[in-house]
Design a binder for this molecule. Sequence first.
Ligand SMILES: C[S@@+](CC[C@H](N)C(=O)[O-])C[C@H]1O[C@@H](n2cnc3c(N)ncnc32)[C@H](O)[C@@H]1O
Length: 333
Amino acid sequence: MRTTEQAVPGLSARQRLYGIRSRVRRFRWELATGGRPLARWFPRTWFTDPLALVDICSPWEVAWVTRHAATQLRGIGAVVELGPWLGDITAGILDGASRNPAATDVVVDAYDLFVFDDIEARTAGLPLEGRFHDGDDFLDLYRTRLGARSARVRPHQGDVLDATWDRDLPIEFLFVDVAKTWEIWNHLAATFLPALVVGSVVVEQDWAHACTPWIHLWHHRWRSHFAELEQVPNAGSFAFELIRSLPEAAFEPTSMDDFADDEIEAAFDWAASLVDPERRPNVRAALVQLHTLHGDLDTASRTCVRELAASRIDSELVDVALPELAARLAANR
Ligand SMILES: C[S@@+](CC[C@H](N)C(=O)[O-])C[C@H]1O[C@@H](n2cnc3c(N)ncnc32)[C@H](O)[C@@H]1O
């Protein structure tokens, strides 16, 4: 990726090096906790790029997509990224593709609002504080940060609920980091998933997180159509490869009413079993969150206590699902 000079001019050398010691410490630690196979693909700019401090994906996810684009893309379809934020994953895909003779023509179709909504909180206390404001359009920043690579990106700015895709255009690689509501997930399932072909790879960035339980339910229901590739080390993303075409029913909208209790429990047992022990409670937290968001606070409370009793690790169970449940219980009093 380019330096931040072009994207955020005027930073001092000291500001550019902000946090470098802790980044090096984290890198070394995470190398030892599963990162080693990806070390060759690790984004070098991560150590000194101040914008990396507000990237939401982990640099290991960047390394993973870089390796995937360099070694796995076969040129059988489009590359689509849903929710690219400031472009770290886009850059990784394009850097990898540039090393892959089958993928040198790749263009990334990137769908995002490209409007900041919480950048002031994210930059508070950092050298970037005060530079960006909630409500700012960040499409130019995304393009500038990508530098020459932006010629190989087609940004689609706007609400992804309005996004369209021609299902006859196969998608070879789909990176999903925008399925933040069930409504959005239903739209993605109807719009992008019909374009998957056997051999397509889908990365669910929100897999080992609490807030998007609909993706676990959908993937569990259609799991016999996918190979479970791997969890990205030190990160929440999980990659699936389509091995059998999906039926039309997979693209239909779903809601809580479409899932029986035992299917829900089985879905989260399975979803949690795919990830490392440290992140398993995050997936269990998604089960609590599912009941909370559905408004069944009794079931959410019972499930939450059961999961807290089973988990010894601090996780999104404590940091995300429990506070959300507590807030709703308080509001209902
Ligand atoms: C969690 S961030 C993605 C982080 C990113 N993958 C990275 O590499 O750091 C979610 C992204 O989805 C975008 N987004 C959220 N809701 C959206 C919507 N309804 N339509 C389009 N984009 C949306 C946000 O602007 C943000 O860039």
